[in-house]
Every structure is written in C-alpha cells, then in structure tokens.
Design a protein around this ligand. Sequence first.
Ligand code: GCU
Length: 608
Amino acid sequence: MKKYIVVTLFFHLVFSQLSAQEVGLNNLYNRPATSLNGIWNYIVDPYENGFYNYRYEPFEDMKISGKGAYFTNAKPTDKSDLVEYDFDKSDTIRVPGDWNTQKEKLFYYEGTIWYKKSFDYHVTRPLNRVFVCFDAVYYEADVYLNGKKLGKHTGGFTPFNFEVTNLLNEKDNFLIVKVDNKRKREGVPTLNADWWNYGGITRDVSLVELPETLIQDYFIQLDPLNNTRISGYVKLNGTTVNQQKVRVKIPELNIDEEILTDNDGTASFAMNHEKIVYWSTENPHLYEVRIQAKEDEIVDQIGFRSIKTLGTKILLNDQPIFLKGISIHEESPFTGGRAHTMDDAKQLLGWARELGCNYVRLAHYPHNENMVRLADQMGILVWEENPVYWTIQWENAETYQNAENQLKELIGRDKNRASVIIWSMANETPSGEARNKFLTRLAETTRSLDPTRLISAAMEQSNFEGNPAIRTISDPFAEVVDILSFNEYIGWYEGLPEKCSEIHWKIDQNKPVIISEFGADAKFGFRGDSLSRWTEEYQEYLYVETLKMISGISQLQGISPWILVDFRSPRRVLPGIQDGYNRKGLISSEGNRKKAFYVLQHYYKDKK
Ligand code: GCU
C-alpha cells in the first residue's frame, strides 16, 4: 500500500484558516474527566439580587462586592454578621437537567437561577492543566470559581469551557453558575419559538485535566476532493507549539504518520489509502483514530465518507440516496424535559429506525452529542441546525455574532461525525435584505470552517407568480444553499388534506429538494372521521394526501415530517387536546404510536 503525505494546498489553506479561528477546547467526548454531575444547590433570583446591588450596579464591577454577591458564596464571620443567602442551606437540584421538569414551582420559570457545586480536586501531575467543561447551559451562563469570574457564555445548546489551572484548591472549591433563561428580543432564538423554554445546566459538567501541551482540536475527514485521501489537521495549545511532532494513527489502515506543527501549532496532513471502508447507512464503519502529541493522546472513532450534490441528487459515497427522515426535538421520552442521556438518544433514534428512517432532522438547535455519536454508530444521517428561528433581529450586530458563535461551536463539536451531513442555517425566517445578508454570512462562515458538508435551511414555499395552485421556492437564499429545503403545511394550516390534490410544484433550481416539515396535530386515542380536526384519522389522511402530492416533485431527495414525538410548547393550550403540547408527533408524549406512524413507515418501506 503506497502512502503519500500529500499536503494539498486546498486543505492547507482551509485548515490554516481554521487554525486562525479562536476555538475552545474541542472534541472532549472521549477525554477522561472528573464529573461534576449530581446534586447542586440552587437559589432562585428573579431580581438578580445576587448580581446587582440595590442601585442596579453589578457587584462584579465593584472593588469590594460585600456579602451581597452570590458568586462569593459568603458566610457570616460571626453571630452579628449580615449575609442574606446561603447556598448550603438552599434547595438542591440535579445536574444535568432542566429546572422546569425537576421543580413544579419552576415549570414556567423564566429568569436567573444560581447553581453551586463544592468539590475537592487533586491535580494528578504537576504542570498539568485543568479545564471546567460545560456541554450546555440554557441560555446564558456567568461562571465563577472560588469567587473569581471565569467568563460568560451565551447560547443554550453548545459546549464551552474555561481553564482553571491556577484557581483550584485541593479542598473546598466552589463552582457557581448564574443561569438565565430569559427570552430576549435580540436573542438566538428570539422571544417567540414553538418549544418549551427549558432553563438550567441541561448537559454534563466536568473537569478535564491535560498535559501542559495539549491537543486543542482536530478535524479528520475523507478529503472531499479525493476519496482515497484522508485529510485533516491537529491543533496544539501550550507554551511551545511550533515545530512539534504529532502522530496520527489509524491502526486498521496501517496508517501511522508523523507530522510537524507550524508556527501557530497546527499540523495539517493528507494520507492516501486505496482500501478505505467508507462509512454508510448500510455499513456505518468507524475507524479508531489515535492522535499523539508530546504527553497528550486522544482516541476517537471516525467514519470516512463523502457527501455531495450532483444536480438534483444527493450523493453519499458517490451513490444517490433518498433521505427517509423525521424531525426530532430534544425532549426526553422518559422525563419530558430536555433530553441529554445516551438512553434518551437510544430511544429517540430507535423510534426513528423503527419508522424506517436513514436520516433525522435535529430541530431547531444543536442536540446533545450523544445523538450524533449514536447516529454515527447506527448509520443514521443527520441534519443539524443553528437556532436562527423565525423573527431574529437581522440588523443587530450582536445578534449576528451570537448566531455565528453558536454555529462555530456546533461545527467545532461535530465536524468529525460522519453522520452529520447538513448544517442548517435557519428555520422559517422571513425573506428580506437584512435576513438574506445575515444568513449568507453564516453560510460563508460555515463553508470556511467545514468544506466537507452541505448547507441548507428550512425555507418557506410560496405561490408561483401569484397562482396559489402552483407552489415554488422563491426565497433568494435558495441561491446560496446546497440543498433546497422548505416547510409546508397544506392541509393543516392551509385548507384540509384534500387540498394537497389541487397543488402542483414548480421548482426551477437545479438542486436537490428536501421537505423539512409537513404534518398535523392528533391527540392519541382521539378517533373520528378523517375531517375531524385533532383525530388520528385526520393526521393519517394528511400524511396519505401529502405523500401523494410530493411524488410530483422530481427533485425531491428527502423528507423529515414534523415530528417524531409530541413535544411541550406554551403556544399549544387547547384543553383536552393540546394541554401544553404540540401534538404533531407520530408518537404521543406517552410513547404510543398514532395511525399516521404506520403510513410513513409503509412509505419508507417501499421507498428506494
Ligand atoms: C413550524 C415550525 C415548527 C413548529 C411547527 C408547527 O414549521 O418550524 O417549529 O412546531 O411549524 O406549527 O407545529
């Protein structure tokens, strides 16, 4: 087997640009860690009394914050001392987990809650570095260790971490997090969304200890320009990172390459191999990849595959594929709150597999990493989405920066996952000059960070030249994306299911088309005729009529109907039917399959 180290200009340019991006510590999933999950104390603070003094001045900005600031974890020094809070005597809550479904009094709570965890920590080797790592905190987190501000993170669905090497004590450390889930007009997502505003430390928290020179990030994929070449980069962090030896091993391919880092600590590489077993939905082959640099080593499981479009086709490893999908919200089928465990992922993707899916749309925000790790193992293709949802503030520079940061963190986390094939920029955003620029910038950033995947967004369909009987995609963003995706609700929000038979589709762009949403609400067990709203029969009828209608779209290469499971939403209040749930699930919130489940299952069984 002839091996070449061929550093292609293309990849070197891309990865050197990547290495110029300021990224946090990435790819932590396989790192040994000290978990800080478990029982934390918490204080509900709707007036943010623990953050501002009575003149609404942040305690942080004051030289002496006194004993009012909750992040100092103050204790009375004697019997006369005035301290008006005490974490250790406050109620406790489980981390990870949203607060809404853990505490009845917090079900609708939107505001600030302070979390505190005390712990001892012994650094195992002198000069080692220690990081505190959060897999996600919804929505804004101000983080303090032993009274010192580590930093702030905005965005509720992506990982972040802070170095705490010189701040840790052997005993009695206290980690305090101010969590604020208030919806904000300038937020991403913004004030209005059709899902529950779960707040809290919703995913794992851990301490990761690493050598002084560490592997900060890596990106290892099949080269999109040559499918007999594995290309990528490894980025080091530490005091001496230039001209350092890095080894990349893929034992099963007898690959063991030694490469040198450049001045900013990045080592790019490309290795040719004639016998790569491509990752696919039929054979989701994952290779063990070992990366070593000085005393640091990390092992990952990576699948090598190509995904591209050719005209109106989507090609997986150069073979056309139809994406038999379903949309999924990140809700636990067991607790009803934010999903985060591997068991949650197994249940949700297990249901998708039972439906006959080879693809899922993880809506409308980055789901926890267990979902994409499991999808890698099961051979399920994934659409991941940035929470640019509905009426974002397109003109607000901070809103754009927030959206871009969340997208970078998502790509940073999942860029080595073979199952992830589509980065979605947005969902159902109204076309307009500012929005088009906003989304186009996001798409350009995405392509610069990851040239190996496809870009899409759930757009909206519209009448062709004003004729409601002919539908098309007239969104200017259609020029930017690789895959044309749109949501349509003919038969639910627009007419009755029979209306589907009156609609024709005229899509002129020479690109693949995905219908990213269609569906209808049905309360499980509510039976009647197919025109009685909310019955299982109505939902079933809509699926039958929609599947007939879309067979007329020649470019159609995939669908992800809305949605796998009923999910909580404060917008859905019809007593006896919705009761705080969006009922478009094919499976009820209690796990019962509705009649439409079997319509889609049958369609996928016959679909080639
Ligand atoms: C929209 C939106 C979903 C929403 C769904 C519905 O298309 O994308 O987030 O839940 O319609 O109205 O049920």
